[in-house]
Design a protein around this ligand. Structure first.
Ligand code: MRU
Length: 330
């Protein structure tokens, strides 16, 4: 029943079109790097690790086309969405071997396998944290659709359930593009995971009334001190979780961590088309003359994080810098 967000076969990148879910399962078949860049920009594929893998295969298509240099193809892809660090990592993973005469497809395949493997490890590392948490709240979609397979925030939920944990998931709907009510709810429903969709504004009330035992989210970029970017609205959930003494976990593969960035102050936050806010399901709801702001992400200070769930285990924010430094030194 588990979905795969994308796969590559014989010069064609196949993407599940996430804009169409849950109404229709449409698979887009892309043969050109420009098509991949456009699919990332328009969120046919979304979620930090998934766009990292899509970007890696975009580089493979660019090399096959013959008219791109590694640098030009990399620039085109990385410019599509500025916040997710995984996109830059996925593209770079292929750019380097391509520039040195190596095999781009082998590099992209390796990156995809690494993401899938790390997400499974996140599931194994995070499952014990949920053993005493019956009701878990998540924001946006950090499931298989966002990561190719398993998910980040959803991986511990999947592994804990496979081990017999009785979990219930509160799903924030996640305005404006509804990644929660459209995508997370769809993934959970397919697997028979008990859940309920709530409007974003309701999460605080559910936490305060004692109906949430843990919050678990993914991330798009995590600085060395543990400040992290994730879908807009994450910051509020973290602050309210702290106020109510509810553990707040951030699950991510290593490609989301950026050891070279000291803190979250300068993380680039993508600002998307105001029309996404002013309309609902394709219909304009705000007055024609009203403007809007549409930052797609916010940055949460590390002090609100109980632990990062990494492929090698749970890491307290205060320990993150030394864990990242150790990874960087062979
Ligand atoms: O704008 P999106 O849908 O790409 O945003 C995705 C998120 O914010 C996810 O929470 C994040 O990428 C982590 S997914 C494993």
């Amino acid at each position: 029943m588990r979905v795969r967000a994308l796969w590559y076969r014989d010069g064609v990148l196949h993407l599940v079109d996430q804009r169409e879910l849950p109404q229709r399962m449409v698979v887009r078949r892309l043969r050109h790097v420009r098509e991949v860049a456009e699919a990332i920009r328009t969120m046919v594929v979304r979620g930090a690790p998934a766009i990292g893998v899509a970007g890696a295969y975009g580089m493979v298509l660019a090399e096959r086309e013959g008219s791109f240099s590694p640098d030009r193809a990399a620039k085109l892809l990385v410019a599509t969405r500025p916040t997710a660090h995984d996109l830059a990592v996925g593209v770079e993973t292929v750019r380097v071997p391509w520039a040195m005469g190596g095999n781009p497809l082998a590099a992209a395949d390796r990156f995809r396998r690494r993401i899938v493997e790390e997400c499974h490890q996140i599931g194994v590392a995070g499952a014990p944290l949920l053993l005493h948490a019956h009701r878990v709240l998540t924001h946006c979609n950090a499931g298989a659709l966002a990561t190719v397979e398993w998910g980040t925030a959803l991986a511990p939920i999947r592994v804990a359930r496979a081990r017999g944990a009785d979990l219930f998931v509160w799903v924030d709907e996640t305005r404006p593009l509804l990644q929660g009510s459209r995508l997370t709810a769809w993934e959970l429903a397919r697997e028979g995971v008990p859940h309920a969709v709530i409007v974003d504004n309701a999460a605080g009330a559910f936490m305060r009334s004692g109906q949430v035992d843990a919050v678990i989210v993914g991330a798009d970029r995590i600085a060395r001190n543990g400040d992290f970017a994730n879908k807009i609205g994450t910051y509020e959930k973290a602050v309210v979780a702290r106020e109510n003494r509810i553990p707040f976990y951030v699950a991510a593969p290593w490609s989301t961590f950026e050891p070279g960035r000291a803190n979250g102050r300068s993380i680039p936050v993508e600002e998307r088309d105001p029309e996404e806010v002013l309309s609902w399901a394709g219909h304009r709801v705000a007055p024609r003359t009203s403007p809007a702001r549409n930052p797609a992400f916010d940055v949460t200070p590390s002090r609100y994080v109980t632990a990062f769930i990494t492929p090698s285990g749970a890491v307290a924010p205060g320990k993150l810098a030394s864990v990242l430094a150790r990874r960087a030194t062979p």
